[in-house]
Design a protein around this ligand. Structure first.
Ligand SMILES: O=c1ccn([C@@H]2O[C@H](COP(=O)(O)O)[C@@H](O)[C@H]2O)c(=O)[nH]1
Length: 611
């Protein structure tokens, strides 16, 4: 009774209390159809939304409300909605990485969304405890919805190799009885811990169960969801296999992994959507003109596909649901926002460790430059902090892969949350002693300039979708320099609101908010919010820092220190550089029990005082 009263008296909660208000901007509307989809991918724990960026400031509770309204809206028209998530829900935000064990709060928050189909990403499989948490928690939480077409796991108690989740599913939609056969794939990933087995997609689609499933005559749509780029050999292989047998059945793909907004047109009846990263984007798709038992498509014409990349903020949500601040709120959505707020408090995610004097970017500025996060690491953090007490007399050359850094650091408070947003991984450092300096430089050159050599070798260095650099680097082959005033370009609004009024004042003439300006197979009209463009710069696979008492002298030999995650790449590059070292025997831990994340945090605490 008291609880119910407290509930009634509490303030309405949309987004997180510290989230910035979204900025009004010109929007393109959603075009609903017979079958509609909402899609998330690569959320990486960002269920609280972006607390320093108004464009992406809605949280998972708001998304729950949004999906509820869209479902009601389309169902009232006799149409259907399916909500999809294609993996990498974990690693990359304090809400996941800050708890012990990791994910304690996240899985409870996640389960409140009515997801119709979901699958695993590579991040769910890097570590044994992560994949086992998937098996024991997320799969049961979404029983009957989670698909794993090409992933097996060693059962933690029986030790049998079993599917992580069912391989596929056949179902009919609630309103129209559209008959769907759905699959859930992961790209040809090889970096998983050895308690899981990822079967290459190309082999999986030759298996009997898949061949039988695609021969089903009672099907109106094949739905392929996966943690797979929509432009990829894996999805091409699936498309060809289905299309070779079923020339006329529409195929809808949903993908991810590259952290980009993307749309692939396979043929007139097959398309794929990828919906970005980090809860910045909610992907929307609709299909009209599907042939069903009750709605025969007598003309035999192709279905009509529409796509939209929705910026994850309340301004977009209100517009697309046709509701306002009051009517948008749902009890369930508010409860989820509340749960996120309580979890963030329990995890001390707002605890401030220092204040960044200016913003440091991963890919918005050129590397090297003063505003590049990588330049900051190379010139300040690593030289100041990398020291092993047993090797203090010996100069070290440290190599770090740029993919170890996941996000920008905004000017202002650097918190417990920022720590994991910047670098969530648990890798520490290892080293090889007494490496000639020129050989170490050659190794760096090979890692950076000739990744194709590493890939083309007979060694299994992973799929073409894994890189030592951040994943989006694979999607863009060259720099994109926004031809706008660069200074404006960098004006990402902060909590507190310094730059929150681009519709007036000194904004450029078109008065748009900087953001994604996606170009995909269907053109340039996919983004819901009409943005001004932002720049994207390529970065190398690895950066290096020489740590020496006498930095002006080039040492003859150094300790070759590298982040643990890249050991197999460094070992192979060393082979190409003709450095005769057996890494399995001769490498050792450097700075025991210090992770790269600890190194950054300790540096911030010491150097970035808040005024
Ligand atoms: O321990 C790790 C794990 C991953 N990385 C980097 O991340 C990408 C993969 O990230 P996605 O989000 O799946 O694309 C990997 O290629 C590495 O660059 C890491 O540095 N350390």
């Amino acid at each position: 009774m008291l609880l119910a009263l407290l509930w009634l008296l509490r303030p309405a909660l949309a987004a997180q209390p510290s989230a910035p208000e979204p900025i009004p901007a010109p929007l393109r509307s959603l075009e609903f159809g017979q079958l509609n989809f909402l899609h998330t991918t690569d959320a990486h724990g960002w269920l609280a939304g972006h607390l320093q960026e108004p464009s992406y400031s809605a949280d998972w509770g708001d998304y729950v409300s949004f999906a509820t309204h869209i479902r009601a809206k389309v169902e009232a028209q006799g149409q259907d909605l399916l909500v999809i998530d294609t993996g990498d829900r974990v690693e990359g935000n304090g809400l996941y990485d800050s708890s012990e064990p990791k994910g304690l709060y996240l899985s409870e928050i996640l389960r409140h969304q009515h997801i119709d189909l979901l699958t695993s990403g590579n991040h769910e499989l890097y570590k044994q405890n992560t994949s086992e948490a998937e098996f024991f928690t997320t799969v049961p939480n979404f029983r009957g919805k989670y698909l794993a077409s090409n992933i097996d796991i060693i059962h933690p108690t029986t030790k049998d190799l079993v599917p992580l989740a069912p391989r596929y599913k056949k179902f009919t939609t609630k309103q129209q009885g559209i008959r769907i056969v759905a699959f859930g794939f992961l790209f040809d990933f090889t970096g998983n811990y050895n308690n899981t087995v990822v079967q290459p997609v190309e082999d999986t689609i030759k298996e009997d169960w898949f061949q039988e499933a695609i021969r089903d005559k009672e099907v109106d749509l094949f739905l392929v969801i996966g943690h797979v780029p929509v432009h990829s050999p894996e999805y091409q292989a699936i498309f060809k296999e289905i299309r070779g047998l079923r020339w006329d059945i529409p195929i809808q793909f949903f993908g991810g992994h590259q952290h980009i907004r993307d749309y692939a047109q396979f043929d007139a009846k097959a398309v794929g959507l990828a919906s970005g990263r980090f809860m910045e984007t909610i992907g929307f798709m609709s299909i009209d003109g599907l042939t069903t038992d009750t709605q025969p498509n007598a003309m035999g014409s192709s279905p009509v596909f529409k796509r939209r990349y929705i910026d994850n903020n309340l301004f977009s949500y209100h517009h697309h649901s046709g509701l306002d601040g009051e009517s948008f709120l749902t009890e369930k959505g508010q409860n989820v926002s509340q749960l996120i707020a309580e979890s963030r408090t329990a995890l001390h995610l707002d605890q401030v460790y220092g204040c960044a004097p200016h913003t440091l970017w991963t890919s918005r500025v050129k590397y090297p430059s003063n505003d590049s996060i990588y330049t900051w690491l190379e010139t300040q953090v690593i030289p100041d902090s990398l020291k092993d007490e047993w090797r203090s007399e010996t100069p070290a050359l440290a190599i770090v892969n740029t993919g170890a850094i996941r996000f920008d650091i905004f000017q202002g408070p650097f918190t417990q949350d920022s720590t994991f947003i910047v670098s969530p991984f648990t890798s520490g450092f290892r080293y090889i002693k007494n490496v000639p300096y020129n050989k170490a430089q050659l190794i760096m050159d090979i890692l950076n300039k000739q990744p194709q050599v590493l890939r083309a070798s007979q060694h299994d260095m992973g799929s073409p979708h894994t890189t030592l650099a951040p994943p989006e680097q694979l999607a863009y082959v060259e720099d994109t320099v926004a031809d706008r005033d660069a200074a404006w370009d960098r004006r990402i609004p902060f909590r507190g609101g310094d730059f929150q009024a681009p519709l007036s004042g000194d904004a450029p003439s078109d008065k748009l908010v900087p953001g994604y300006t996606t170009k995909d197979d269907a053109g340039t009209d996919g983004d819901d919010t009409i943005h001004s463009p932002i720049s994207f710069y390529r970065v190398p696979n690895c950066i290096q820092a020489l740590v020496s008492a006498n930095a002006s002298v080039v040492p003859e030999t150094i300790d070759l220190v590298y982040i643990e995650f890249i050991e197999r790449y460094v070992a192979l590059a060393a082979k190409f550089a003709q450095l005769d070292v057996d890494f399995s025997k001769e490498s050792d831990v450097y700075m025991p029990s210090i992770t790269f994340t600890d190194l950054i945090l300790d540096w911030v605490k010491e150097h970035w005082k808040c005024e």
